[in-house]
Design a binder for this molecule. Sequence first.
Ligand code: MN
Length: 362
Amino acid sequence: MQSFCFLHTSDLHLGRKGREEDVWKQWQKICEIALNRQPEVLLIAGDVFDNGDPSPTLKEEFCNSLKALIAKGISVLIIPGNHDVKKGDALKGIEKTGAKVFTNYQVFCISDIAFHLFPFCSQWTGQDLVKMKQKVKAKFEVGVCHASYVALPEIFADLGDSQAIHIPLTQEDIITLGFDYFALGHYHNAKHWQVGNTQCVYPGSIEPLSFKEKEKRYIFLVECNEALKITPIPIGCQRSYEEIVLQIDSQGVDALWPKIEELSLRLGPCFLRLTLRGIVETVRCQNWQSQVSAFLDKKQIKVIWQDETVDLNWIERDTLAKQFLEICRQRARKSPDKDYWRRVFYRGISLLRQCKDAYKKR
Ligand SMILES: [Mn+2]
């Protein structure tokens, strides 16, 4: 058998509101990599569009990019994901480009490699895939599915949080299916692991789309010789998601400016969640926050504030809070670990504040 190779990507989310250009630029990178590497097959494991009802212009541009790949002899195999079928059928009409879109289970064989393509159905579980799978003779068998591997805690927790556990797959399902490579889509961070003899891969979304997607972005190259050789190719990103905690000390918020300036130089275009902790005079702090937002916005850094500060005036007015502050101060004075007592104070005072607020609401 001659050497055969394919590229595996998923979760393009083209047309994502507010991120249209970013995801499109990432898709352009994918196309460039495909044109340079000339794989036999490009696999897209679901969520091509963010919305089941993409604009006709976007769809046409996507079709044009597919035609360019197909013209170079690359077979493009696409399965729908949950986002493609959210509002109608986003992938309708894509086939006219020559790309293959699988809305029914099908085995696609090309030079001794069998691709088992499963469409998306929110009612299915891994057991349905097991029942559906046809026996074929091939050197390598590749499964393609937009599914949720539930045996890795981080994947289970992430998809569970978003109430997006579709087509749950267990270790046992994967062993029974017995693929050599399982090309998955749906989970948005890149992941490569092995179950039995199956190499399982989530390539992740092509562009970070939330604070849960802080890891690096890749497309996976799979070379099929005597064994499978799997290489993640980094694709960078347009905008990352960053999180930083800012601690206000006795000098107040203005003392944090050097830190803000350092961030503006170090970070590229990104979404930045700034968690603010410490004791402040709220009104003064809000002014400062809007100044920081405006300053960083000029550097294409979009700030999302997470305000965990405690208002100084409140502590002064609240007997219990004031006593707690005094106790922490005394202990800190005697302790070699001042930072420990600072943390105890902030944690305690925030809890106290939350309790009071909850009590007021009743
Ligand atoms: Mn997705």
